[in-house]
Design a protein around this ligand. Sequence first.
Ligand SMILES: Cc1cc2nc3c(=O)[nH]c(=O)nc-3n(C[C@H](O)[C@H](O)[C@H](O)COP(=O)(O)OP(=O)(O)OC[C@H]3O[C@@H](n4cnc5c(N)ncnc54)[C@H](O)[C@@H]3O)c2cc1C
Length: 420
Amino acid sequence: MTETVTTTTHPTGEPAQVPRLQNRMSHDTWLSAKIAEVRAHARAAVEAVVMPHAREIGTTEESVDSFPWKAFRGMADEGLFAAPFARPHGSGFDQPMLATCTVTEEIAYHSSSMAGVYDGQCILTPQALSFASAEVQELLVPRLISGQSVFSFATTEPDASSDLSVESMQTVLTATDGGYFVNGRKRWITNSVVADWAAVLCRDGEAMTMVLIDMKNTKGIRVGAPDLKMGHRGQLTADIVFDNAFVSSGYVLGARGGGLAVALSCLTRGRIGIAAAGVGVAQAALDLAVERLRTRHAFGGPLGKLQYWQFKMAERATEIECSRTLYQKAATRLDAEGGSAEPEAAMAKAYATRVAVDTVRDSLQIHGGYGFARQVSETGESVRLEELYRDAKILEIFEGANELQQWIIARRLIGRDVTG
Ligand SMILES: Cc1cc2nc3c(=O)[nH]c(=O)nc-3n(C[C@H](O)[C@H](O)[C@H](O)COP(=O)(O)OP(=O)(O)OC[C@H]3O[C@@H](n4cnc5c(N)ncnc54)[C@H](O)[C@@H]3O)c2cc1C
């Protein structure tokens, strides 16, 4: 696997090579040769199709035109969208969740935004589609894998997200001839501004039902302008407004009334994926930090001579390794047993994303003013850290805020009779 990667820019404007420390600090020895192959292929593919666009993706303000099509289509062409699926259409991996998370980590190393786009298309949606009829799967899985169709997954509303109870859900499904009408509003929906299909969680009487909606060919759907966010700018989000949008009865995911279970099974997978993204982001920040500690001199020697930073970086490297092992363990359990892979999934999400935020903050600090700046205009010098700093924070919030993950862990630890 590649020993160095281009991520910073020298004072001359020339790209700088930064060593990929994962190669010497982390060993996937307990994983199968197949997963090592997945990592090697994903790394080469991401360097070819995501890395060249990553800075533009991370710094361009959101608009419909800024959807990262080149990176999206490149990932599809490299076969990365096939990872979660069985044959004949998919890669047919024995450990699809672990393989997909490994790809996610490799994408996030270069672009946390693109890992978010990939999570929507290749982690949340494949699980939702597994509840669709055989005909719907046969129609849509090949389109997803080829990148011909873009998918969204919509549970969040203006007044409901962490709390997905039926009492808080305002998007409503009502029965009509041959299917249902959907009315309501979803918020922050990834990929929605270009989506062809969306899996949507709706209130259905006293329960919830998830349906798959054809976004391009259904009347009564309006997608808002992309939200303007502090980070993850390549992961376009927007409101979707449904006004008597018709869904035929063949597009219910799972059983009527079983929508919450469908949504939660998707979000469990999503949170392992976000843990993997956190590891990629943390690793990128660590690699940049170590390069700076080796090459920046102060007080007669490299910054890395200062024991404060030696200890700090040793601690972060250990935490990153723990995070990687945790997401791999959660994914391995999920592949082996199905279910929710708790408490590992919640532990991985909360821990890895906190480590990402902490490592990015330390790396920015080590870079001083160069970390805070987008660019030194006189020289063209530019380090990716302001982008990583803006991007990392959302990992602690979406797909179950970290406090919710702690709650999941505590409920198992102390018992729901006490925690509620
Ligand atoms: C870039 C981005 C992409 C997104 N993509 C999607 C998408 O594709 N599909 C989708 O459906 N949604 C998506 N979301 C929504 C995202 O999942 C929610 O923002 C997130 O779940 C938090 O929900 P909320 O914003 O409504 O905050 P709230 O639910 O109001 O929570 C706010 C805060 O309250 C605290 N809190 C909540 N519950 C507890 C608790 N039990 N214990 C202690 N503290 C608690 C936490 O600190 C939490 O951060 C996205 C959001 C963003 C910003």
